[in-house]
Design a binder for this molecule. Structure first.
Ligand SMILES: *Cc1c(COP(=O)(O)O)cnc(C)c1O
Length: 374
């Protein structure tokens, strides 16, 4: 049986292997493994690529969200509004600042993006940040959240961990709000060979503070002016990220072609709800997520056929024991009905998607879905 993985990183590695080997040899010869010219170069390249003024490389995406929030002054006594249907890290990062995560619903239009009306309804006097998640590879409508945030003196901090290179109008995902965070976890559209992440911002001051917070609150060795943490980017990871970044636009275009092909192949399959792209968005298809009835049975049958589909995410954050425990002691809060997140979660199914997926593989996936649905 041939297996079709959810993501396939081998082809990506083959494309950059020589460049990475050369870059790593240079780093190893210098034996300087944290920061340095490679990290500075990648930061400049990624800022340009995302149309952001500043990019601050950090250790992972979860830290990036925390550092962005802390650089903006978010902390104990504050509330941050975020969608319930995201990876747990978005909420975790809020908790780690000492602020309270407030969960709201996603919109009922097959985009699964944060419901901006629900955000407005969840605002209180304590709201300090709104965190839209650019889920599955397309940008949430940040332009609708900015006036709301500005009106209440809050920040918009984008979680762009799934949207490397995505655009909304002329703006890159992550360049529309006051700050943004991204992740270079290996399976993301731009992935390191281990953990890495970045803070993006248009503000010189937020960038300066983020640089200090990632390095023990320090701008000069042993001078600690802010409470910080250890979240620097490894030099070896920057080498990988620069090499891959040069190819990312091409890989994203290939993902877009594959998503369009799934759209066509699935258009004839009853009972499959295809994902929708918002007008004005350039989607980068981190994930191609459909909804199907009897999802768990369908998933089992796909896996039995060697098709390693996934679920993003099986449990909305408010239904996890971790969140429930925080909510019981007032450290997390539900900001309204979470009807859409709860109704759609049991139906979500992520089909295999990567830049090198072949037409034959996609036909096999769709054939198996069709078979499972009878
Ligand atoms: C991957 C991801 C993160 C966390 O990134 P890490 O690098 O794994 O810490 C945060 N938010 C979203 C939406 C993600 O997909």
């Amino acid at each position: 049986m041939t297996v079709i993985p959810l993501v396939d990183l081998a082809a990506q590695h083959a494309a950059v292997a020589r460049e990475v080997a050369t870059g790593w040899r240079n780093v190893l010869a210098r034996t300087a493994f944290i920061g340095g010219p490679e990290v500075a170069a990648f930061e400049a390249e990624y800022a340009t690529f995302t149309t952001s003024r500043h990019c601050v490389g950090v250790a992972n995406g979860t830290d990036a969200i925390e550092i962005a929030l802390r650089a903006l002054g978010v902390g104990p006594g504050d509330e941050c509004i975020l969608p319930a249907n995201t990876f747990i890290a978005t909420a975790e990062a809020v908790s780690r600042t000492g602020a309270v995560p407030v969960l709201v619903d996603c919109v009922d239009d097959d985009t699964y993006l944060i419901d901006t009306d629900a955000v407005e309804a969840a605002v209180t006097a304590r709201t300090r940040a709104i965190i839209p998640v650019h889920l599955y590879g397309q940008a949430a409508p940040v332009e609708r959240l900015l006036p709301l945030a500005d009106g209440i003196g809050a920040w918009v901090v984008e979680d762009a961990a799934q949207a490397h290179g995505a655009r909304r109008g002329d703006l890159g995902a992550g360049a529309g709000g006051h700050a943004a965070a991204t992740s270079f976890y290996p399976g993301k559209n731009l992935g390191a060979y281990g953990d890495a992440g970045a803070v993006l911002t248009g503000s010189d001051d937020v960038a300066r503070r983020a640089r200090m917070i990632r390095d023990h609150g320090s701008a000069r060795k042993y001078e600690h002016d802010l409470p910080g943490l250890n979240s620097r980017m490894d030099t070896l990871q920057a080498v990988v990220l620069s090499a891959k970044l040069r190819r990312l636009a091409g890989w994203n275009a290939a993902r877009r072609d594959a998503a369009a092909r799934y759209d066509v192949l699935l258009s004839g399959v009853d009972r499959v709800i295809r994902p929708r792209t918002l007008d004005g968005n350039e989607h980068v298809w981190h994930l191609y997520v459909v909804r199907v009835p009897e999802r768990d049975r369908v998933l089992k049958e796909l896996r039995a056929a060697g098709i390693l589909a996934g679920i993003h995410y099986p449990t909305p954050i408010h239904l996890t024991p971790a969140f429930a425990g925080l909510a019981r002691v007032g450290l997390a809060r539900i900001g309204g009905a979470l009807t859409v997140a709860e109704r759609t979660a049991p139906e979500l199914l992520s089909l295999p998607l990567f830049a090198e997926i072949t037409v034959g593989q996609q036909e096999q996936v769709v054939g198996a879905v069709q078979m499972a649905l009878g």
